[in-house]
Design a protein around this ligand. Sequence first.
Ligand SMILES: [Zn+2]
Length: 269
Amino acid sequence: MASAINRAREEVAIGNRILANEGVLDAFGHVSVRHPENPGRYLLSRSRAPELVEPSDVLEYDLESRPVAATTASLYSERVVHGEIYKARPDVMAVVHHHSPAMMPYCVSGIELVPVFHLGAPMGNKVPFWDQRDDFGDTNMLVIKPEEGASLARALGRNSMVLMRRHGTTVVGANVPDLVLRTIYSCRNAEFQWQARMLGHVSTLSAGEVEKCAQIHKQPNVTGRTWEYWSMRLQKSGNGLKAVPAKRIGAKKRPAVRKTVKKAKGRKR
Ligand SMILES: [Zn+2]
């Protein structure tokens, strides 16, 4: 039976691939999960495009975003996004950082993102902005230094996601399926809000509706259903994780029964 850590590695790989398959991640962006047995660590791939991530690429980091085991692999430069959020938010179990085209108009314009349909509720009532320039002046826009990650985590606060001005989005979740649901439907929400604005009027959910809807979307039967659906779409795309070959899980080679029988018959004649 697979260990909790191996299952977590696989979930990180599948989460990355689903979000790439659904158009949220491209060559950039990354999904992580808190270590299932050690809350002072998290699991994140080595530097690789999300749709290519394999469970074996997923490395273990401490909350200072240092790899636990020495490695020669190249690492994501923005991993402090994950480490500093796990440090500030003990309730967060999974994080994704992305530059989805659906979100970028809000990151660029500073127009507030608001829940406009029931499946937008998991993003919460408030989606704060963070502007790296406010604390750090001119930078290369990447969140690389621990203090930059800590500043982003402060802007996130107790919310479910934060928009990063002229850069992208960071989303948190209670587990990887919950994170994936929130990420995909917040992108849908962003598209619907923009389209409704084009039609002339944006009608939003009330705070009470957001709270009630969000309770439904936390149910395991809901996140289980969406995870199964997006996993199936990933498999159909041909980019699902390949099954582990039998020789890698220690299965014995099948004896060549037929050949042996034929030879035996031949000898009788
Ligand atoms: Zn980024």
